[in-house]
Design a protein around this ligand. Sequence first.
Ligand SMILES: [Zn+2]
Length: 293
Amino acid sequence: MSDALKILVVAGHPADMFDHCGGTLLHHIEQGDSVVCVSITQGLRIHDEVVYDLFRHDIDKYSKEEIDEILKQRQKVKYGEALSACALFGITDVRFLDYDDEILTLTPEMISRLAKIIREVQPDLVITHWPYQYDMFSNHHAVTGQLTLSAITAANGVSFRDRNPACRIAQVAFMLCPHDVAASVLNTSGKTAYASYYVDVTDVVDKKVKALHMMKSQKYDIEGYAKKTTEQWNGSFGVRVRFSYAEGFAFEYPEVGKTLPVSDHRKWLARADERELLERCSGLQGTCVELDE
Ligand SMILES: [Zn+2]
């Protein structure tokens, strides 16, 4: 049996595929693992410069045909940017399920569609959003996490409409963002994630900044934005475990073994002096990345 992992990433919006876990995916691809990314929604309504800003106040000035044409064009632009950004991390198998992000709620059709992909890809590891992210009932990330868990359950059983075999997942990792580890609304109080695994992405932080900056359709090319977000997100996760930049995860299933794991980094944390600890997490590489206009 091959040791290479098959990884499936299920994201709520196109940019989530790389901004939540792109550095980790790049490390996996470099070691020979395969990655398939799926975006559940088009992500057009919440971030898109034209759709969001133009239609918000002036929608009555456009005919249905004009609106449809603009939406088609904007989807093409966004998907093109996401594909280019994913390519920076070596991710080439990217799929868009094209759901409108007006209302995202679990339906049997969506679950079946994602279960079909799971049966086709046969992943060892599925990466998705924390299913309790703030306002977990209507938040696209949270719904995507819930959808993924439901699809994993469905894919575990045989479907008589799908020729691919049933699939049992080895592990699910939740790709966390700062919102997930601190309750910001009452309904997620007590449901915050505990980041129990951190991936050091300091070596590829330039790609994270560049990839974010490439999402011009959603204004991420505003001066300073990509760098600020990376500092605030990956920088803050990094400082927790004394890396300059990290991606944080929580595992769904407990890991098992014959002994207990203690990483080399934890041993280093235990013996480093105070100056070394601070130096290790003080890098500002993300703020120095050269970006095209
Ligand atoms: Zn998102």
